[in-house]
Design a protein around this ligand. Structure first.
Ligand code: AMP
Length: 396
């Protein structure tokens, strides 16, 4: 069936891509262009179990999309199946409450949100513009990380600062990872009928990490804020802390506000505390060989995740499900265990053996018999959501 979608995810210095077929169920080809903006850019295609890597002479988002187009020209059987392009967009502000077919108004809207995501929005716009030029006959859709959280109530999304900042500058909590949370909510409804009428907590734990409370299928609170810095401790991000610390850091090291924010965004979190790595796998290996700082960093990560889950749970009537997802949530049995140990007071418990032996990449219920809440591992699939949204927008 002709229903393949090219999914494009432009980060500030990378571009991930995939071609999904059969209503998003099959990945025909996927890849990544890395280190864009440097002299060492490469693009890697994974196709039929083989990897093809090329250097990207110009190292730009545009040159990466041109390489994808060139690859498609060499594979006409796949090219002919394409019916649309779906773009992941980090920030949709208050303008985009759902995914949208791209036209000039949508491009203008993404541009207007650029001040809220200065690293990502310019990259997204480059990706959109070049793919409109290279795929002029294909409809293209924008899928926003923020849309799912547009259901938050005012009490949840406003910051307790003078209201002018919201009225004039749209400073408020937006939340991110929304495409992942929407996928998890729908996937859970497939495996647990009725969960769309229940209270669900989700911990999306990866290099970026956040939590979300989903009340009857709608996001009711989430940990990230106006930017993805708020909330949990992450790979290199500090997460929430006393805002005064920013000025202390500036004065202590004679830094500008942007430089101090860089410390909180790029040098903190697991990396800052462990002084070893932002990578959970590396830290778990170090902990197993006795590195106490690696253990401290992981345990700080866990306690903050647990505290935040308890916090967003205040928007639910009951905590019927807790879902772990993202690279860490899906794979780190250590962190799942420690997080759940901190949630005992909420009657959330897991079966340690099921947790430890969980097979990679599979959906699994790991609750203990006594747990009031069902605890799940569910692999996320943002690309699938983007492909399905694109198909649905094309059909309507
Ligand atoms: P993501 O950003 O969702 O791709 O997640 C990346 C994070 O997942 C990194 O910190 C990885 O170390 C972590 N991760 C991936 N696989 C494992 C694993 N088997 N055990 C522990 N952490 C893992």
């Amino acid at each position: 069936m002709k229903d393949s979608i090219l999914v494009i995810n432009c980060g500030s210095s990378s571009l991930k891509f995939a071609i999904l077929a059969n209503a998003g169920q099959e990945t025909l080809m996927e890849g990544i262009a890395d280190q864009l903006g440097s002299n060492n850019s490469t693009i890697t295609f994974k196709y039929q179990g083989k990897k093809l890597q090329k250097t990207l002479a110009l190292g730009s988002h545009e040159s990466a999309v041109k390489e994808i187009k060139a690859w498609l020209d060499l594979h006409p059987a796949i090219n002919d199946l394409l019916v649309g392009v779906g773009h992941r967009i980090v920030h949709g502000g208050e303008t985009f409450k759902q995914s949208a077919l791209i036209n000039q108004d949508v491009i203008n809207g993404i541009q207007e949100c650029a001040s809220l995501a200065p690293l990502h929005s310019p990259a997204h716009l480059k990706g959109i513009n070049i793919s409109l030029t290279l795929f002029p006959t294909l409809p293209q859709a924008a899928v926003f990380d923020t849309s799912f959280h547009q259901s938050l109530s005012e009490e949840q999304f406003l910051y307790p600062i003078p209201m002018d900042f919201y009225r004039e500058h749209h400073f408020r909590k937006y939340g991110f990872h929304g495409t992942s949370y929407r996928y998890i909510s729908q996937r859970l409804a497939q495996i647990w009928k009725g969960s769309e009428q229940q209270g669900v907590l989700v911990a999306h734990l990866g290099n970026g990490a956040s939590t979300c409370a989903i009340n009857k299928g709608k996001s009711s609170d989430t940990s990230m804020g106006i930017t993805p810095l708020e909330g949990l401790m992450m790979g290199t991000r500090s997460g929430s802390l006393d805002p005064s610390l920013l000025t202390f850091i500036m004065k202590a090291k004679n830094l500008s506000a942007d430089e101090a924010l860089d410390v909180l965004n790029k040098k903190s979190g697991l990396l800052g505390v462990s002084e070893l790595s932002n990578d959970c796998r590396t830290l778990e290996e170090a902990m197993e060989s006795g590195d106490e700082r690696a253990k401290l960093a992981l345990d700080m990560f866990a306690i903050r995740a647990a505290k935040n889950l308890a916090s967003v749970a205040t928007t639910l009537e009951s905590i019927d499900h807790l879902v772990f997802t993202g690279g860490i949530g899906e794979n780190s049995s250590y962190l799942r265990q420690v997080i759940c140990n901190h949630l005992k007071a909420l009657n959330i418990g897991i079966n340690s053996t099921l947790n430890k032996d969980a097979p990679r990449g599979e959906t699994l219920n790991i609750s203990s018999n006594e747990s009031n809440t069902k605890v799940w591992i569910i692999p996320t699939n943002e690309e699938l959501m983007i492909a399905l949204d694109t198909i649905s927008l094309i059909q309507h």
